[in-house]
Design a binder for this molecule. Structure first.
Ligand SMILES: Nc1ncnc2c1ncn2[C@@H]1O[C@H](COP(=O)(O)OP(=O)(O)OP(=O)(O)O)[C@@H](O)[C@H]1O
Ligand SMILES: [Mg+2]
Length: 308
């Protein structure tokens, strides 16, 4: 289990990491969230052995990265937030170049490169020039490159930034696939809902310190006791509102253009019984679930707003 302990880093007089501690469960997709300047990139670079820390430790596979950066680098894949690509190379040449930097034998490279390009869905671009790839494709190529030495911990700094919605979905799929392969993935973003869907755990950082960490639900429960539930009904809005008002554990009810939201402070069983009551009263429900965006709210609550 990767573990960060009291990590400190200053740039001159500025404290970028102020005693940051964080645990990451093996074989999870860990979302590392925080506003601009929170210290995400700094932490990730230190983890990848690319930047020194002032003090603290980072244990990966029982090894202190800070004491032995070279050894651990072999087990870590790192995808930076900005990457230099070699535009005048073809996709396979580019991959081959990185295979070389990890001393992967020539004979093994074609199969390895094919399988990595397959994972990131770039098989049909093998002979294309890197220059000619779209931004999303370049990002996936960069991810493939970071996997070349088969690392078990993959650190991805904002892998979805600058991608259109479809490319984001594709990136998420690739990350889920890597988890299926048994890898541990740390992915940073300042877009919380995006991470919530694919991450098993989330750590929120602000001003170089961990604000909170846990599963999405744990964090929600910790910070925002009341969940927001959204119901969509094709008709009978008034009946629904009347019925909701009679339920225990239901707080404020809001009527929106195409749905009704209510604040809910019970457990999952209570929620099931509310849904049952709605159905038994003949109200035609076609959607019932927790409203997304709650997480964004939590983020604003715990960090006190995005940009300070
Ligand atoms: N080389 C450096 N020299 C001076 N200050 C730095 C350096 N690198 C980072 N910082 C500062 O440390 C703080 C944390 O930066 P970092 O890049 O880790 O934030 P981040 O969470 O990745 O933000 P973003 O969401 O914008 O990527 C910022 O205030 C930044 O200005
Ligand atoms: Mg950053």
């Amino acid at each position: 289990m990767p573990e960060i302990l009291e990590l400190k880093k200053s740039f001159g007089k500025f404290t970028a990491l102020n005693s940051l501690s964080m645990n990451i469960t093996d074989n999870s997709i860990f979302g590392f969230v925080g506003p601009n300047g929170a210290g995400k990139t700094t932490t990730m670079k230190i983890m990848a052995g690319l930047l020194s820390a002032d003090s603290g430790s980072i244990y990966i596979n029982g090894e202190d990265v800070l004491k032995n950066p070279q050894k651990i680098r072999e087990k870590i894949g790192y995808m930076p937030d900005f990457f230099g690509v070699y535009d005048d190379l073809k996709v396979t040449e580019y991959m081959d170049f990185y295979a070389g930097t990890y001393y992967i034998p020539y004979a093994d490279r074609p199969t390895l490169i094919d399988s990595l390009l397959e994972i990131v869905d770039l098989s049909d671009k093998k002979d294309a020039y890197v220059d000619s790839l779209s931004r999303g494709m370049k990002q996936r190529l960069c991810l493939a490159r970071s996997l070349i030495h088969d690392p078990n911990l993959i650190i991805l700094d904002e892998p979805a930034s600058g991608l259109d919605p479809r490319a984001r979905v594709e990136m998420k799929e690739v990350l889920k696939q890597l988890k299926e392969m048994g890898k541990t993935i740390i992915v940073s973003s300042h877009i919380l809902p995006e991470l919530a869907e694919m991450c098993s755990e989330i750590g929120i950082i602000d001003h170089g310190q961990l604000v909170t960490q846990g599963t999405v639900n744990e964090i929600m429960n910790k910070i925002h006791k009341n969940r927001i539930v959204r119901v969509k009904t094709s008709s009978a809005k008034d009946t629904l509102i009347r019925l909701l008002k009679e339920q225990t554990k239901v707080g404020e009810i809001t009527e929106n253009a195409d749905n009704i939201e209510f604040v809910f402070n019970g457990n999952d069983n209570d929620l099931t019984s509310i849904l049952r009551n709605i159905i038994m009263n003949g109200i035609p429900v076609f959607s019932f679930g927790e409203a997304e965006g709650n997480l964004e709210e939590i983020f604003m609550t715990v960090t006190g707003g995005d940009e300070k």
